[in-house]
Write a protein that binds this ligand. Structure first.
Ligand code: ADP
Length: 651
C-alpha cells in the first residue's frame, strides 16, 4: 500500500518527538488518555444534545492493555471515534503553532546529540510537549510503531492508521465491533539510557495514571495480576497454596481536579492539568481555584499564564473559559465569561445551574452565566490586586506580559472600565526609575504640584531625554513614562485620578503656578521679542500655529508642544495605522529665552530680516527630530547645517 507523507510541519514535529531529548517521555500516556477522554466527552455530549437513547455515562471507559511479550501497549476508548477523513486530517497534520516553530528551530540548530545536551544544560529546556495539537505525536517518543484503529460513532466501517515515524503513514480498512478508538503502541527496546520497558510494566503504568491522569472523569481500567491463597483442603496441614488471577482495576479516582479539596491538590497537579488542558509548555504564574455556593453555584479553576501566547495581541487570539455543566463539557471557549481586559486568563467553569443545551446565542442573555462572569471578574481583579500588594516582583512580570491589555481596557469602550482598572496599571516613573502605580504617584506629589504629569515616547531612555521634561524634573516633580502606543490614549481617557488631572509634558500649558515676579519677567521678554517671534512664525509658513518663549526648557534651545485637540503623540500613533485619514496635531514652537540661541536670533534679525528664515527652519527641524517626527526635507536640513559650519569656520 502506498505510503502517505506527513505534512511538512507534522514531519518536523515527529522528528522532534522521535529524537526527543525530553526527559519526561512518560507523559505520552497522559496525552493519549486525554485524547481518549475528549473523544468520550464528544460522544456523551452528542448523546445528550441529540437525545440518542441507549447511551449512559456509566458505559464509558478507557482501557489500558499490555502485552509484554509482544511489547505492545494499547489505550482504548469507546468515544466518538474517527472516520477515515478525520484520521487523515487529525493524525496526518498538526496545528501550526508559532511557539512550536520557534522551539523546533532551536532544536534543529543543535545538530548533534552533544550539542542538544549542551543546549539543554545551558538551561534551554526543549520542552514542547503539551502544546496545542502535539499530543498524539508524543507516542513516537516511546514507540517504534503506532497503530490507531478507530470506528466513528454511527459508521459501518473501521479504519486503521499506521506509522513507524517520519517516513509516512498508511490507512486501510479494518475491523472493530464498537465505536471508539484503539491506539496500539509497539514500545521501543530499552537502552542503557532509557528504560522503555517501564511502559510495559503494570505497576509503573498504574503510578503514571495516578500521577498524571487521576482527575480524568471516566474510569481508566487495566487488567492486573493479583495473587490470593487457595482454600486449604480439609484435613491437610500443608502451607496454603497461592494462585494468581486477573482482575480489572480502575486506576483513577475520577474526581475532576476542580471538584477536589484545594488542600489535597499539589502544585504539580494543578500545573500538569493546566499544561495538558490548555496547551502551554510553561507552568502558569498563578492558579485560582474557587467554589461558590449560592443563587448560582459553580466551581472555577483559573490560570494566569506565565507568558503571553505568541498570538495574544493579534486578531487570531480567542478568549474564553471552558464551560462545564455538572461535569459535562459544553463549550471549549466561552467568551462571555471573561471581559476583554482579562482575556489572558485560561481555565474552566463548572456549574450545575446551566442547561446542557445552551447555545451560543442564548449564552449572551443567560442570567446565570452573567452572574458567574461578574463574580469571576471580581475574583480575578481581587487576585491581581493582592499580587500587586504582596508580590510586587511577580506582578511586574505579569504586567510586562499583560499590562498592555489592561491599558487597552482603560481606553476601550469610552473608558467605561477605567475605574475598575486604574489601580492595576503601572507606569515607569522618572524619579523612582521603576514601574509605579497611580496611587503611589499621587501619594508622593508635593503640595504645590497640581497635576499628574506624563510623557510618552518609544522607550524610557528616549523619553528621559525629552526637553519637555526638563523644568518638571528641575522642580522635583515625578513624571510617568508611557512607552506603548495606547498610553497617550489611556492617559487621556483616565483624565483624572484621585481628583488630580493628568497632564502631558507636551501640552501647551503645563499648569505650573508662577510668582508675580516670574510672570512679569515673562511678559517683558515676550514683549521685547514680539517682532522676532512673529518673523519666525511667518518664516515657518503655517507649519506652526504659534512661536513663543518657553517656560518649560532649561538647557535645550527649542521644543515642539501640542496645542488644544489631538496631541503630537496621538498624531504619530494614528498616522502609523494602515487605515483611516491622516491627522495633524496643532504644533507650537517654543524657544528657550535663557538660551544663547535667542540672542543669536535677535542679532541676525537686527542685521538682516531674511536671515531669520533660514534659522527658523533649522530650529523647527531640530524640534521635530527631538520629538521623533520626520522632517520634510532632510537634504535641505543637512545643507543648511553644513553651510552654517562653513560660515563659522571660514571667518
Ligand atoms: P489535540 O488533542 O491537542 O487536538 P492531538 O494531536 O493529541 O491534538 O490529536 C489530534 C486530533 O486527533 C484530536 O483533536 C482528535 O480530533 C483526534 N483524536 C486523537 N485521539 C483520538 C481518540 N482517541 N478518539 C478520537 N479522536 C482522536
Amino acid at each position: 500500500m502506498a505510503k502517505k507523507q506527513f505534512k511538512a510541519e507534522s514531519k518536523r514535529l515527529l522528528d522532534l518527538m522521535i529524537h526527543s531529548i525530553y526527559t519526561h517521555k512518560e507523559i505520552f500516556l497522559r496525552e493519549l488518555i486525554s485524547n481518549a477522554s475528549d473523544a468520550i466527552d464528544k460522544l456523551y455530549y452528542k448523546s445528550l444534545t441529540e437525545k440518542i437513547s441507549g447511551i449512559s455515562r456509566d458505559d464509558f471507559f478507557i482501557k489500558i492493555a499490555v502485552d509484554k511479550a509482544g511489547r505492545s501497549l494499547t489505550i482504548s476508548d469507546n468515544g466518538i471515534g474517527m472516520t477515515k477523513d478525520e484520521m487523515e486530517a487529525n493524525l496526518g497534520t498538526i496545528a501550526k503553532s508559532g511557539s512550536l516553530l520557534f522551539k523546533s528551530e532551536d532544536m534543529e540548530k543543535a545538530d548533534t546529540d552533544a550539542k542538544k545536551k549542551a543546549a539543554e544544560k545551558a538551561g534551554k529546556k526543549i520542552d514542547i510537549i503539551g502544546q496545542f495539537g502535539v499530543g498524539f505525536y508524543s507516542a513516537f517518543m516511546v514507540s517504534s510503531d503506532v497503530r490507531v484503529i478507530s470506528k466513528a460513532y454511527g459508521a459501518d466501517t473501521a479504519y486503521e492508521w499506521e506509522s513507524k515515524g517520519t517516513d509516512g503513514y498508511t490507512i486501510r480498512e479494518s475491523v472493530k465491533e464498537d465505536a471508539g478508538t484503539d491506539v496500539i503502541l509497539t514500545i521501543k527496546e530499552s537502552t542503557p539510557d532509557e528504560k522503555f520497558d517501564d511502559y510495559l510494566n503494570a505497576w509503573q503504568l498504574r503510578s503514571l495514571v495516578k500521577r498524571y491522569s487521576d482527575y480524568i472523569r471516566y474510569p481508566i481500567r487495566m487488567d492486573t495480576e493479583k495473587t490470593r491463597t487457595k482454600d486449604a483442603k480439609a484435613g491437610e496441614d500443608a502451607e496454603p497454596e497461592t494462585e494468581t488471577y486477573i482482575e480489572e482495576e480502575t486506576l483513577n479516582s475520577m474526581v475532576p481536579l476542580w471538584k477536589r479539596a484545594k488542600s489535597k491538590i499539589s502544585e504539580e497537579e494543578y500545573n500538569g492539568f493546566y499544561k495538558e488542558k490548555f496547551g502551554d509548555y510553561e507552568a502558569p504564574m498563578k492558579v485560582v481555584h474557587t467554589g461558590v455556593e449560592g443563587v448560582v453555584s459553580y466551581d472555577a479553576l483559573l490560570y494566569i499564564p506565565a507568558r503571553a501566547p505568541y498570538n495574544y495581541y493579534t486578531k487570531d487570539f480567542e478568549k474564553g473559559l471552558q464551560l462545564y455543566s455538572s461535569g459535562v463539557l459544553i463549550m471549549d471557549k466561552c467568551s462571555e465569561l471573561l471581559p476583554d481586559y482579562f482575556s489572558f486568563v485560561r481555565g474552566l467553569v463548572d456549574s450545575q445551574d446551566l442547561s446542557l443545551n445552551i447555545s451560543r446565542e442564548m449564552l449572551q442573555h443567560d442570567r446565570q452565566l452573567k452572574a458567574i462572569a461578574q463574580r469571576i471578574e471580581k475574583k480575578i481583579k481581587a487576585e491581581l490586586t493582592e499580587m500587586l500588594a504582596k508580590d510586587r516582583e511577580k506582578y511586574e512580570t505579569f504586567f510586562e506580559n499583560f499590562g498592555l491589555q489592561l491599558k487597552f481596557g482603560v481606553y476601550d469602550k469610552f473608558g467605561m472600565n477605567k475605574e475598575a482598572l486604574q489601580d492595576l496599571i503601572l507606569f515607569y516613573s522618572s524619579s523612582e526609575k521603576k514601574p509605579v502605580t497611580l496611587a503611589e504617584y499621587v501619594s508622593r506629589m508635593p503640595e504645590d504640584q497640581k497635576f499628574i504629569y506624563y510623557a510618552v515616547g518609544g522607550t524610557t531612555e528616549k523619553i528621559d531625554k525629552l526637553p519637555q521634561t526638563e523644568l518638571l524634573k528641575d522642580k522635583g516633580y515625578e513624571i510617568l513614562y508611557g512607552t506603548d502606543d495606547v498610553d497617550e490614549f489611556a492617559f487621556k481617557m483616565l483624565m483624572s485620578y484621585k481628583e488630580k488631572n493628568f497632564k502631558s509634558v507636551s501640552e501647551g500649558d503645563l499648569g505650573i503656578e508662577e510668582t508675580e515676579e516670574e510672570k512679569k519677567k515673562a511678559e517683558e521678554q515676550a514683549e521685547s521679542n514680539k517682532y522676532l517671534l512673529s518673523a519666525v512664525k511667518e518664516a515657518l509658513d503655517g507649519k506652526v500655529s504659534e512661536v513663543r518663549l518657553s517656560k518649560r526648557l532649561k538647557t535645550h534651545p527649542v521644543v515642539l508642544v501640542s496645542g488644544d485637540g489631538i496631541s503630537i503623540e496621538m498624531e504619530k500613533v494614528l498616522n502609523a495605522m494602515p487605515t483611516g485619514e491622516k491627522v495633524k496635531a496643532e504644533r507650537i514652537l517654543e524657544i528657550n529665552a535663557d538660551h544663547g540661541i535667542l540672542n543669536a536670533l535677535k542679532k541676525a534679525f537686527e542685521k538682516d530680516k531674511d536671515a531669520v528664515k533660514n534659522y527658523a527652519s533649522i530650529l523647527y527641524d531640530q524640534a521635530l527630530l527631538m520629538e521623533g517626527l520626520p522632517i520634510d526635507d532632510p537634504v535641505a536640513f543637512s545643507n543648511a547645517v553644513c553651510s552654517l559650519i562653513e560660515k563659522t569656520e571660514s571667518v
